[in-house]
Design a protein around this ligand. Structure first.
Ligand code: ZN
Length: 307
């Protein structure tokens, strides 16, 4: 009966002071409103802190990957060879071609060009005309084949992987990756040496994957079935993009594919994103050209200042 037995005390010692007269009611109302405002402000601050924490985490992830890429590259020329060389970079987008924020997914997906219409899983319905239809397995396989070192010094070793069941000639894909990466006007112009391998250690990998597997490999980056990424030392090229290209390149699919390889491998080499420097100029390779080139012209090769 202890506490319950003291209603008199409560009544007498309690809120007698707060109660009463008409002016008191107004004051309570004011106090209530003030309290509501305080809570709303606290909630806003909490949300802001949460967003800030997420942003910091995303930045740390990107910077970490870039650092790992540099460390694992073992470039004989030192870190200067792989640096972005003063290219402006968009913070928080160091290695992602995914879309960092859920709120911007839809507009960017539309702007990025031709999100698939119709079939729910285009990976499973695209054919090269041979009658073979992709049935992606969800597993990457290393494409057999290796090359000599291209360039001076100790080479960076890379592997080429293709998801099982894709409607693509795996060896032809690997050969194309080699051709692009071995061109002297590509990343090799920065003085690096490259060598394709199919076993042992690799500084980075170049993979062709279905939309579903791309999303899985790129997570937590949001590639939403439409974009490619570099994640965990792997340049993941979205097979849907490989087949369909992007608006900025129109029907020049061959050039867009060169862009895909050079851009994602650029991330693997430690480069962050760049912006269109001025109207009419060639877009930097590290610009997210899949989402558009703005006032720039599409360009699938690293520019001199990007090496
Ligand atoms: Zn990118």
């Amino acid at each position: 009966m202890g506490a319950g037995g003291s209603p008199a005390r409560r009544a007498s010692s309690g809120p007698a002071n707060l109660r009463p007269h008409p002016a008191g009611a107004t004051e309570r109302l004011v106090a209530l409103r003030a309290e509501r405002r305080r809570r709303a402000r606290a909630a806003r601050l909490w949300r802001r802190d949460l967003l800030l924490a997420m942003l910091i985490a995303a930045l740390a992830l990107g910077v970490g990957q870039a650092a790992i890429a540099r460390l694992s590259s073992g470039s004989p020329g030192g870190p200067g060879d792989l640096s972005a060389g003063g290219v402006p970079e968009a913070a928080g987008q160091v290695t992602a071609d995914g879309v960092p924020e859920a709120g911007s997914l839809a507009p960017k997906a539309r702007a990025g060009g031709r999100p698939p219409a119709g079939p729910e899983d285009p990976d499973r319905t695209q054919s090269n005309g041979s009658g073979f239809v992709s049935k992606p397995t969800g597993n990457l396989r290393v494409v057999p084949g290796s090359s000599g070192a291209k360039g001076p010094g100790a080479p960076l070793r890379f592997m080429v992987e293709v998801e099982g069941g894709l409607d693509v000639d795996r060896r032809a894909f690997a050969a194309r990756v080699e051709r692009v990466l071995f061109r002297k006007r590509g990343w090799r112009a920065g003085g690096i040496s490259l060598k394709r391998v199919d076993s042992g250690r690799a500084a980075f990998r170049v993979a062709l994957a279905s939309r579903a597997l791309t999303d899985r490999l790129c997570a937590p980056l949001a590639t939403v079935g439409l974009y490619s990424c570099n994640q965990g030392g792997r340049a993941v090229l979205n097979f849907w993009r490989w087949k369909n290209g992007a608006d900025a390149y129109g029907h020049r699919l061959h050039r867009y594919r060169i862009y895909m390889i050079n851009h994602e491998v650029g991330h693997a080499l430690g480069h962050g994103h760049a912006l269109c420097p001025a109207a009419g100029r060639r877009a930097p390779i590290m610009m997210q050209q899949t989402m558009g080139v703005g006032a720039c012209r599409p360009n699938p090769w690293p520019l001199a200042y990007e090496h």
